[in-house]
Design a protein around this ligand. Structure first.
Ligand SMILES: [Zn+2]
Ligand SMILES: [Zn+2]
Length: 489
């Protein structure tokens, strides 16, 4: 790979071969004082190749003995020697990005905690929308609120010079019912802001032409906000898009593994009420339909591949034990390693739902939501990010497979994109979508990890903007993946 750059600004070349450049020693004292940069543990280095269908693969985030101890001092970022064939950023760029984020860190921590204290469900992220757009507009970005007809979506844009490439970044904002920010989207929200501001500062200082677009993307947990934004052209202008997500894991580790494709199916059963004791034969039992559907799908699970998932809930209204229920609703989610694998599974789930309606003489109404694709992680962006996080910050890569899903998967099939997952300290059995994870997402250690990962994303974005050969390789990897996934004719 070449360190050539299209233009030169205040630094002659932004990325160089590691054999020519050693990482500078990080100023540990000032870092610890500011509390901004997450220190890292260089003792563990896992590079496991994990894939679905590999039943020997460890799907747990880490062993209990490897868990992060909240009271341990974070190890310092090291000047670990970069591997010989990796490209490393210029020291000036590193310091510019890190200093920018060091300065921002207390404000971003404040924003993160405010969002954490005001959790909002999908498409209702009004508080986060207003807080984030106010802040980013004060940082010199051109802001569009309520972007593309979505009340809580937003866009912040900064253009430097003329032409150049366009880097996209995403900030998620939504929480989960009853447990707040149990997926840590408060951290994702500030990471997007951090990356955008660090990239802007470097574009200005180094005279790098191009554009950075930060999208505030609502409704990731459900509702597919990014799917709507894709349909409405929200990603059209971007050359690449980056974001990150917290999860449990080995201390100070990152992963650029994939996730499962996902489809939500809402089903309503309509029956007729009757007195459950006096005249049950006059009723049509919608709750029975839900129970039969639940049983049928539970039986279906035995015939599913082990890397697929189907899970759901039952909802009702005006239910009493002495009335035959005339209405029930179920929300099902089916997941499979790829979108292609998902389609036949969804058909089998639908068959179970129709069959239960038939068995109970209920009317049935199916509403199939937007599909979330699996993550098609861009391998060139991924390698660049992994190299930086390993060599500069000592954060090892663990390719632990995740059977979760994200609407960012759809973005990764539109344009070259990257969605690394990074570890934050969690309690045993306190992973995403538990109250314990909501607590973890508020810790200072989680904030530090977020800021470190944001450094890596900003440096990856700057490489896209400044290194044409690198961008060519990113695009080539994307085209190759599209062909492999039959996404192009
Ligand atoms: Zn999430
Ligand atoms: Zn989640």
């Amino acid at each position: 790979m070449s360190g050539f750059v299209e233009q030169t600004g205040c630094f002659g070349g932004l990325f160089r071969k590691a054999r020519r450049t050693r990482y500078p020693t990080h100023d540990t004292a000032s870092t610890q004082k500011s509390g901004d940069i997450s220190a890292v543990d260089t003792r563990v280095h896992h590079d496991e190749k994990c894939c679905y269908f590999n039943l020997t693969c460890d799907y747990s985030s880490c062993q209990e003995s490897e868990r992060w101890h909240l009271l341990e001092d974070p190890p310092s970022p090291t000047c670990s020697k970069a591997e010989s064939d990796t490209e490393v950023p210029d020291q000036g760029i590193l310091e510019l990005v890190e200093n920018t984020l060091n300065q921002l860190s207390p404000e971003l921590r404040d924003i993160s905690m405010k969002i954490h204290a005001n959790p909002e469900l999908m498409f209702e992220e009004k508080y986060a929308h207003d807080l984030l757009t106010d802040y980013i507009s004060r940082q010199g970005f051109k802001v569009t609120k309520h972007y593309l007809g979505l009340a809580t979506a937003w866009r912040a844009e900064y253009q430097h010079g003329k032409g150049g490439r366009v880097v996209g970044i995403n900030s998620e904002m939504d929480a989960l019912a009853g447990m707040g920010h149990a997926c840590g989207h408060n951290l994702i929200a500030i990471s997007g802001v951090a990356v955008a501001i660090a990239v802007k500062a470097t574009m200005e200082a180094c005279n790098i032409p191009g554009k950075v677009i930060l999208l505030g993307t609502p409704a990731e947990e459900s509702g597919g906000g990014k799917v709507t934004l894709i349909k409405r052209g929200g990603y059209k202008e971007m050359d690449v898009c980056l974001m990150c997500h917290p999860a449990p894991g080995r201390p100070h580790s990152i992963s650029v593994a994939s996730t499962l494709a996902m489809q939500q199916i809402e089903v309503e059963f309509f029956g007729r009420t009757a007195h459950a004791g006096a005249a049950p034969w006059e009723g049509t039992n919608a709750l029975d339909a839900a129970f039969i559907a639940y049983s049928s799908i539970s039986v279906l699970r035995q015939q599913m591949k082990p890397d697929c998932r189907v899970h759901g809930i039952v909802l009702g209204r005006n239910w009493s034990a002495n009335v035959i229920p005339d209405y029930s609703k179920m929300i099902w989610i089916a997941r499979a390693p790829t979108f292609a694998d998902l389609a036949p599974l969804v058909e089998r789930v639908k068959n179970c739902l129709h069959a239960s309606a038939l068995a109970t003489s209920c009317k049935v109404d199916l509403n199939v939501g937007p599909a979330y694709y699996e993550l098609n992680q861009n391998e060139v962006l991924g390698q660049a990010f992994v190299d930086i996080l390993r060599d500069r910050y000592g954060m090892p890569q663990t390719n632990v497979a995740s059977s979760a899903s994200t609407d960012f998967g759809n973005v990764t099939f539109e344009i070259p994109a990257l969605h690394p997952v990074y570890a934050i300290p969690t309690e045993p059995q306190g992973g995403n979508h538990t109250p314990a994870f909501a607590k973890a997402a508020a810790t200072l250690e989680a904030h530090r990890a977020t800021m470190t990962v944001s450094n890596g994303l900003a440096l990856t974005a700057l490489r896209v903007l400044s290194d044409p050969l690198f961008f060519h390789q990113v695009k080539a990897a994307f085209s190759k993946s599209q062909l492999a996934n039959n996404r192009v004719s």
